[in-house]
Design a protein around this ligand. Sequence first.
Ligand SMILES: Cc1ncc(COP(=O)(O)O)c(C=O)c1O
Length: 383
Amino acid sequence: MNDRDDSLSIETLTAQALGWVDHDTRSVIPPIYPSTTYERGPDLTYHHDRKYTRADNPTYDQVSELLRMLEGGADAQLFASGMAATVAVFQALKPGDHVIVPENVYGGVRKWLTGFAHPWGIDFDAVPNEDVEALKAALRPGKTKIVWIETPSNPEWRIMDIKASAALAHEAGAIAVADNTVATPVHTRPIELGADIVMHSATKYLNGHGDVLMGALVSAGESELWHRIHEIAHDAGALPGPFETWLLLRGMRTLFLRMERISSNALAVARHFRKHPKVTEVLYPGLPECRGHEVALSQMRRGFGGMLSMRIAGGREKAVAVQAGVKVFKRATSMGTTESLIEHRASYEGPGSPVPGDLLRLAIGIENVSDLIADLEQALAAV
Ligand SMILES: Cc1ncc(COP(=O)(O)O)c(C=O)c1O
């Protein structure tokens, strides 16, 4: 990576995507390399060892390096989606291995483990997110290979103590993998707190514009498991296209700007509705009454992210009516878009979802927060 000055602040390095400038043309924005294949020399060698795009693509390099820097890791691997990144971690395990996940965890992880872990010979347990003692009791030394961390967790935004969980994992011979999608490296850097691998659904805040599906893993160091994960990425091929990768780099340049605005908007919304007569509870780690707030204060900085949930008085029917009444929020799943989204999460996840029916999930965007508060106020007033 040329023209890079590591003494600069992380915000500056991110805004400038590490200060990259093309050697030949001096273009500040990188090209997209759509080629799937690379010419081989008559002597059977490859230039820079590039052979075929499933092994790597030059468009990946800058975004991988930026993500590695943001998370303070040693290496990064891109994937076609957050779930492709997640599943690569589990697929790197061996039959007989055991995994521990928090009980409130992204529904896709729960769904994959429920459907596929046992046929793969992998056993798993779920423990309450905040309960370090329960995690300790669930660890099977020698058998447990991964402690999965998701904080704040989707969709209750519960906090898991990364430092304590990683330390316990290491004592038992396991590694700690942290889904940092919601906090982003702006708010939390799990590797600094002891995590071995950080997972991202780059689809969300890293990209920030709702137009890219991508995932990534960042490793704190070299290990046999990390080597296997790399091999799975290359051999199984759940990799992003160069155009998506280029878009992700464009989105990541504004990560700090967006997260600061999103987090301050979210805190203002959470504070405004915490005592609302039609809201029984606002779930947001930035509120002192939320369990996990103290741990959040210790492991999050610059704010608490853009995700919060509201439980609506009167139950599921009223919650559905509130989301039906919004005019500014978009009724859509996901998060990390510039526009704010509202979702009746239990019906999105479908039958068997553990999410309460009275819960509305809000993904706050970068709009003027007064418009967001007024929109929710009028939707609540109408039910
Ligand atoms: C916290 C979290 N982790 C992982 C994922 C999966 O990411 P993707 O949709 O990019 O596969 C999601 C998607 O919603 C998520 O919210």
